[in-house]
Ligand binder design. Sequence first.
Ligand SMILES: [Zn+2]
Ligand SMILES: [Zn+2]
Length: 256
Amino acid sequence: MPDLHQENKALLISAIRNISFGLLDIFYPRHCFACDKSLHEEKNTYICGSCLEILRKTEVKRCSKCGLKLGSGITSSNKGCPECKNASLRFEKSFFVSDNTEPIRTLIHQFKYKKQICLATPLGSLLTNLLHQETICKIDLVVPVPLHWKKKQERGFNQSELMAKKICKKLSIPISTNNLHRIKNTLSQTQLSRLQRQKNVKGAFNVKNPEKFFRKNILLVDDVLTTGMTASECAKSLENVGTNKVFLIALARSKM
Ligand SMILES: [Zn+2]
Ligand SMILES: [Zn+2]
């Protein structure tokens, strides 16, 4: 059983940190959320310089469709790589900060499950930096992958929405958080096969007001992508209401 009292305390401290660094540092000295190094010397941050350096290295070659790392003979076209060609992923292209390895794995865990929402700022910045490096057409709207309302209520926040807000603020692009809805409270995808995942998320999303997305280039924001079925189902719901192009950006690309 998670200790709810501890979790809520973490959420509260994290929320206060968002507003004020200085005072809290005296009572709760900051440590890197990934490697636990003291951040006494590094101001206004929650991720140490060495961890950030690893995460800013984005020269890895990836499949432009599903983001899988390419190499040793595996190549991709705009239709995808051998891994995703048959999956018919509905988004145009995807971008990732890192594979789901350290330090991003621990950071996502701290952010999502330990409720360290102050990580939204540095993680959102990593996504923004990544976008700066990619050749991508003009984005009209940023849409975080929605959680079912029950899940959002349980967690207290939608991690993708918090990061999406940071991207929008930095790039001055509007955000849409109340038009794409998750209408099915799906099972966790972690234990499911690719086929089961596809079935699990089928029809999970709904667009309330199609006009708002019509002919728009949309950037979907997610935390981790594994088979891509959830993000693809989102993209499908968007395409069905006449969007122009749907791109995806996420922190980590995980393998099944
Ligand atoms: Zn670190
Ligand atoms: Zn691929």
